[in-house]
Design a protein around this ligand. Structure first.
Ligand code: BTN
Length: 245
């Protein structure tokens, strides 16, 4: 991974650039990095705060020949790789909130957005968008984000090298991806579970059919979250946001 790296000063979104690069024939492992995004995208149609020079705003092109419905597994895999990289470089206590938010002291420090294009039942390509708030200070956040978002610098008290972190992430990702392509999701699932701050906790989640409150019990083979409701019903959550209670 990372044999070809495209670095930009300012883009709307590294995701958009990566999609265009695929259309122009870019290969698996191609990376797009930008100092600043003017229209960074988050999950569920949200925007992603991406100020200049303070974070890692990156998109990684992947072309795994796996069924489209395995996409959530890749999302969880990315979170594991990112979590391990941050632990190695920053020595902070960090955990994963399902499916792929990285939290330090309950605040979000990093997010992952996977966008794909499929053909028949197989994925044609996936763009893994990684946002890490590395050296942002409190004043770099708009007021409304300060209670819910943090950065590696704020949490560790030191400035963190973005180069070291990108390298560490690519190494971890390569290792996890090779493991996944060889052995399937089972070993990744174990690693994810060990890093999770969601499992075995009471949670609340809003789904298209309403609010579900319950106990987050386990991950299934597809990467869905199994929640046990107060009446003992087992409910699977495939997408959405989870709130820890
Ligand atoms: C989320 O938690 O909602 C996902 C955030 C993903 C942000 C990254 S930054 C690099 C890439 N380009 C984007 O526009 N979004 C992703």
């Amino acid at each position: 991974l990372g044999q070809k790296v495209h670095i930009y000063d300012e883009v709307d979104s590294t995701q958009t650039i990566a999609h265009k690069l695929v259309a122009a024939g870019a290969l698996e492992g191609t990376i797009v990095l930008a100092e600043k995004q003017t229209a960074g995208r988050g999950r569920m149609g949200r925007s992603w705060h991406s100020p200049s020079g303070k974070g890692i705003w990156m998109s990684l092109i992947l072309t795994p020949r796996i069924p489209v419905y395995f996409m959530p597994q890749l999302t969880l895999l990315s979170a594991v790789a990112l979590c391990r990289a941050i632990q190695k470089v920053c020595h902070v206590e960090i955990g994963i909130k399902w499916p792929n938010d990285l939290l330090i002291h309950g605040k979000k420090v990093s997010g992952i957005l996977l966008e794909s294009s499929g053909e028949d039942e197989r994925l044609k390509y996936v763009i893994a968008g990684i946002g890490i708030s590395v050296n942002l200070l409190t004043e770099d956040y708009p007021e409304e984000l300060r209670a819910v978002a943090t950065s590696l610098a704020i949490e560790s008290g030191i400035e963190v090298s973005r180069e070291s972190l990108v390298q560490a992430f690519l190494l971890e990702f390569e290792e996890m991806y090779a493991l996944y392509l060889e052995k399937g999701f089972a070993p990744i699932r174990l690693l994810w579970e060990a890093l999770s701050v969601t499992l075995k906790r009471p949670i609340r989640t809003t789904t298209p059919t309403g609010v579900i409150e319950g106990f987050a019990d386990s991950l299934d083979d597809s990467g869905a979250l199994t929640v046990i409701s107060p009446t003992g019903e087992r409910i699977k959550i495939y997408s959405g946001d989870v709130e820890l209670r």
